[in-house]
Design a protein around this ligand. Sequence first.
Ligand code: ASP
Ligand code: MG
Length: 420
Amino acid sequence: MFQFQARSVNSVALFVQKYGGTSVGSTERIKNVARRIAKFCAQGHELVVVVSAMSGETNRLIALAKEIQSNPDPRELDVMVSTGEQVTIALLAMALMELNIRAKSYTGAQVRILTNNAHTKARILKIDEDRIRADLKAGYVVVVAGFQGIDEANNITTLGRGGSDTTGVALAAALKADECQIYTDVNGIYTTDPRIVPEARRLKTITFEEMLEMASLGSKVLQIRSVEFAGKYRVKLRVLSSFEEEGDGTLITFEDDDNMEQAVISGIAFNRDEAKITILGVPDHPGIAYQILGPVADANIDVDMIIQNVSHDGTTDFSFTVNRGEFINTMNILRDKILPHIGARDVIGGDKIAKVSVVGVGMRSHAGIASKMFRVLAEEGINIQMITTSEIKISVVVDEKYMELAVRVLHKAFDLDQTL
Ligand code: ASP
Ligand code: MG
């Protein structure tokens, strides 16, 4: 049975539902979404629905802009790409009307989703939810364009790729919705990528912190910012499939919730988009780390792992990883601008690496996760090149060609294929 029914048998709930690009990719699919919404309406629930642009539309619009300006003006780009979502809200409202459901659509600006003025990556500052509340009261399904807002000076802004997720969560926070349901083309968050490990299992729950680790490590189901937002405002966030009639998806939850799954490890994440760089023979004195990473940061290059060992003879090696696309650029900066100044011996690096991480809040209270991880990799003869840890994550860098093997053996060793 569909669990939302069970959860709210006697009560009427307010749900914010977000449907992504593939879920509204054709008029046929939009009609399907309308039918799904109609079921919730029939149960008496109040619904605010956020939609993305039809699949491919945002890319098409960006490509159009680039035919005119190779580096499109950010303000005008926002005016244009925001139209993708404007089309979908109207189509969905029409589809709902065809099912005799009262529906009304609003752009971000009409709602007044106030953002800062950082065009193409704006942040939501405030939402005027009064009009939406009045519409809900009057029995409307309110359909809102995702991904967009307006700044103080009435310029249209957009929230960055995947930003409709954040619109959904922000609306759920503003309206104090019972749940924010993100409908997408996967039916939840998995223990790892099922394309690599067919036994990967859908998680019933995952904590916000774990989700952030999994997301930033390459699982692309939700915009990271939406997860941060949900964590901050304690929005109940659920990921489900818009193509399956049944299923509870994955609930993103808090560590202090009692409905949490009890596994120590929740998932194995991986990322093959990184490159490693090591500076050899770095003199060991104050300010060196800053002298190395300052110019890298000034070039807007994100650094992920950073490792420096204690020195015995006055010098040490300093290693870090960057996005693979920034590898050459970073090596050049180091050779030209940094090495000559700090008196280090040499810089070496490679981009045939991958990062594999074991993630789980259970690590806080369980010893031996790291040693188990290292043993399992050793048994397969996989050499570990770098290691970093946080309270809920252990990451290793290995040769790219062993990545899939590492993910598979770790998934098995931590029993992630077993249902709890
Ligand atoms: N349409 C936008 C994009 O493709 C926003 C979204 O779908 O969330 O990135
Ligand atoms: Mg998305």
